[in-house]
Design a protein. Sequence first.
Length: 568
Amino acid sequence: MTSHVLALAFLLHACTALAWPGAASRSVDAYLDCGRVRGVQRSAHGFKFASFLGVPYAKQPVGDLRFKELEPLEHWDDVFNATSEGPICFQTDILYGRIMAPSEMSEACIYANVHVPLHALPEFTDRQRDWTPGLPILVFIHGGGFAFGSGHQDLHGPEYLVSKNAIVITFNYRLNVFGFLSMNTTKIPGNAGLRDQVTLLRWVQRNAKHFGGDPNNVTIAGQSAGAAAAHLLTLSKAAKGLFKRAILMSGTGISSFFSMSPAYAAHISNQLLFVLGIKDTDPEEIHRKLIDLPAEKLSDANAALLEQFGLTTFVPTVESPLPGVTTIIDDDPEILIAKGRGKNIPLLVGFTSTECETFRNRLINFGFVNKIKDNPAIIIPPRVLLMTPPQLVMDLKESIERRYYNDSISIDNFVKSCSDGFYEYPALKLAQKRAETGGAPLYLYRFAYEGQSSIIKEVMELDYDGAGHIEDLTYVFRTNSVVEAPGATAPSKDDVKMKNLMTSYFVNFMKCSKPICEDNNSLEKWPAGDGMQYEDIVSPDMIRSKEFSSRQQDIIESFDSLTSGSQL
């Protein structure tokens, strides 16, 4: 599509249907609750599937709708062109680099991408169909610290999963200040990004059968912040009944890399107002000024705050009930878990062997060592720091220093602390809590495979042992931005085997709530899922069931003590 057509498309109403003449030879249609959409037929290693790209799932949150819960679409009469992805949401990317292909940014970014095995797509005659049981559906929530990222195919290519007879849905949701600014008012309640995700899941329920999917067999999944969001949705009354199970890759609702404290939400909102030069105290006037500002101005302010905060800015927050606002998170996630909220949702939870190595370049460019020297308390995980009385902060800092730093402030030491505290500990702790509260099984894995053509190491020009953040994702989704690039390194035989293994775990879990279904004898049996064991995935031929090691028990005890100490 040419740039002038794109520009016109962005200006039109979200439900405006765009004809796509000339694409009919490889086009494919579906009828949604809002109207007819036209996608494109594709092929992956001979397997045919259909992609419906850039499909709006709600009205675009522009103008007075900024910060509000998404509103329903209106019906369109013509055929909506769904052959190219929509714009990504406003953001400043500080991590993905060339993994994310250049894309138009817009506040009108509420689009989904639906990928369906061609044979499963319903046949229509005057909009009628024979309703047969549909395929399992994976709804994937992208990562990016709640601040950046998208559901585009550059990082989330569906080819691996869709070729195993699964429907894959990725999507954009509002990010950073647009998605998570909270003023604790009815007009800016916070958690808009999470509400977008609930809206998308409701849209999936209404339209699943039109895509050949089973609305009663939806699995939500996410990576990093997307995993944290997915876990939060398992704890939310607002999302009840919208999915059956969840897959969490390197993130949980109790992850320490962000704080859901309303105190943090108030702090960063004040920082935003300061950056923007807004000195008003009246909530109505603040709202009006934020609505009147160009989206680019808000995005620039978020970029400035990223340079202060490092990896995240605006994040989910525990909400106060507000009239006319759908509450997503009504209490601290640990409290909700202790009460048994979400315990009947089967979980597949994973972390990598050296998570924070992926952030090394960002930490260096951020000047993290100097920032620690200027403010030693920043080595305390954000979630713990906001729970800590001021008089105990230095005690917690010294406890972390003794464990990880040994009087030597360095990126190497922070990477170890970050990997343990932000990712491994929350995964282990969630498994432990599920074992204590009972309920549905939780299957845990540690991904340590060093791919011979590691996409993350190549793109980010890194060299480390083990697997870093995002590496397991590249064996579940096809990283098209890299794989399709000229001169790309071909995957090794082991890389292909690992891709087949990880996608088998995912698709099996989508079908039977287990990484290995009873009728699948080609894979070794996974532990029973009592939460205190995990699969150590070192290579396609070296996968071992293990009990928590003494080191992992020590991680749990150490970070438990930090948390308990912060609450004294």
